[in-house]
Design a protein around this ligand. Structure first.
Ligand SMILES: Nc1ncnc2c1ncn2[C@@H]1O[C@H](COP(=O)(O)OP(=O)(O)OP(=O)(O)O)[C@@H](O)[C@H]1O
Ligand SMILES: [Mg+2]
Length: 446
């Protein structure tokens, strides 16, 4: 490196320098980004200080390369544009050497310096100062002059001060970025925690529900079993009495007792079904055939009461046709009640069937676990009052009813669920208080 001679050319005045540096120190606070900072330094700090040009380089994170990112003078024809922005490896040329050594440099006569990389027009002298943050070079402030020995200690001191102020601001911007990132990470972590807590709550609710159903199922099963034995004895004895009791008043009393026993029998059947203790006689059937026959029976379905949309190529299923009729009776009974409570919404029951595959991507959990596989889905939908969200978890509980005393026992859906589980499937419900309800019954495909 050659030292400058005494008749330096850049000739910066002390007063102007102080004014510019003062303005820089004040403006620094408001400069928002690294890019703005580099352009500000080139155009508003070095520019007014009688340097004929200035190029600012930014170093990459790997500390291997410098890129021209801001300029003033020949390299900067207008606005924030740089003519042919150069990339210079660390160690190459004068700027590359300054970046590598982290030491400022003045070259008095570039024509004698073999390291000089000519950029736009050929210069004769050059001053080059690194911007250092911690132990890293983040950039270079470089200025060239067409005459020899243009730069001396005064220019060096000014550029070193500018580089130090720039480095301080860069540290602040980096810290602001880190704070922003930390804040962002915190918000993310908080959101993740909330998601986990919500999932956990949902899982706990599901588990609680599953355990409750299991416990209620066991209890109902035992209770129904005991009562079934008693009811068998009572019905049997009443039947014996039939022959001995005379016509008239005593006969009517006997008949009333027999009717009550029969009603008790129906309740016990539903309870046994819920606890999956019904003796089923499954047969392989085509669900569409069974449904067509069921809906064609005027004792079960009124004319035009039901619209059927039956899927084609339906897999066979195995079910007990007699018990299945009770399932349909319960679902249609509920649909009728729901539509009577919200008349004028179309009053339409639709029955549809289709093949479906149940897998882990299923949108939401079903009422009870269902193994992955092929199923035939039977859907019964109505345009009735619908079921509010808080009741959805209760409707399958035995004895849960919203109907008047004497109108409902709350055993219909628990019987449906028990039957479906005993048949290897399950039942799911989708309901909206404005649109009605759909009950989906899943039968394993055979
Ligand atoms: N399609 C439906 N639309 C609206 N609510 C329904 C529907 N199906 C069932 N529910 C609600 O679920 C409750 C339980 O139904 P479930 O069939 O088990 O008993 P129930 O109809 O009240 O009495 P029953 O033992 O006579 O069937 C009903 O009381 C009702 O509140
Ligand atoms: Mg019912």
């Amino acid at each position: 490196m050659q030292r400058r001679n005494n008749d330096r050319q850049a000739g910066i005045s002390e007063a102007a320098t102080l004014r510019t540096l003062n303005a820089f120190a004040v403006d620094l606070i408001t400069i928002p980004t690294v890019e703005d900072l580099f352009w500000y330094v080139a155009q508003n700090v070095v520019g007014p200080l009688s340097f004929v040009d200035c190029v600012i380089y930014q170093a990459n994170d790997e500390q291997t390369e410098l890129v021209q990112v801001a300029a003033m003078g020949e390299k900067n024809p207008f606005g924030r544009s740089i003519l042919n922005p150069l990339k210079i490896p660390f160690g190459s040329g004068i700027t590359g050497q300054v970046a590598k050594s982290r030491t400022p440099m003045i070259v008095d006569d570039l024509s004698l310096d073999e390291n000089y990389i000519s950029d736009t027009s050929c210069a004769r002298s050059e001053i080059c100062v690194p911007i250092v943050c911690g132990n890293r070079v983040v950039g270079i402030i470089d200025s060239e002059h067409p005459k020899k020995g243009a730069f001396g200690p005064a220019e060096l001191e000014v550029l070193i001060t500018i580089a130090a102020l720039t480095a301080a601001k860069l540290e602040l911007l980096a810290e602001a970025d880190r704070s922003k990132q930390r804040y962002h990470d915190l918000v993310e972590a908080h959101a993740e925690l909330s998601r986990e807590a919500t999932n956990r709550k949902a899982l706990e609710a599901e588990l609680f529900n599953a355990r409750k159903m299991e416990a209620v199922g066991r209890l109902t099963g035992r209770f129904a079993h005991e009562f079934n034995n008693l009811m068998t004895v009572i019905s049997g004895n009443l039947e014996f009495l039939e022959h001995d009791v005379p016509e008239g008043g005593p006969r009517e009393t006997l008949k009333a007792a027999q009717d009550a026993a029969a009603r008790g029998g129906v309740v016990i059947d539903s309870m046994l079904a819920f606890s999956q203790r019904t003796r089923l006689s499954p047969q392989r059937v085509d669900l569409n055939d069974i449904l067509r026959a069921y809906c064609a029976d005027p004792k079960k379905v009124a004319q035009d009461e039901v619209v059927m949309i039956l899927g084609e190529g339906l897999h066979s299923v195995e079910l007990d046709p007699e018990v299945f009729e009770k399932v349909m009776g319960n679902l249609l009974g509920n649909a009728r009640d729901a539509m009577a409570a919200a008349p004028g919404r179309g009053d339409r029951i639709a029955i549809s069937t289709r093949n479906t595959v149940h897998d882990l991507s299923h949108q939401r959990p079903l009422s009870t676990n269902l193994a992955a596989g092929n199923y035939v889905r039977l859907s019964v939908s109505d345009t009735g009052v619908g079921i509010t969200h808080d009741r959805l978890h209760q409707i399958f509980d035995p004895f849960f009813t919203t109907k008047q005393v004497g109108e409902g026992k709350g055993l219909g859906l628990s019987m449906v669920l028990g039957f479906m589980q005993q048949s290897g499937g399950t039942v799911d419900v989708v309901s909206d208080a404005r649109e009605g309800s759909v009950f989906h019954l899943y039968f394993p495909a055979k």
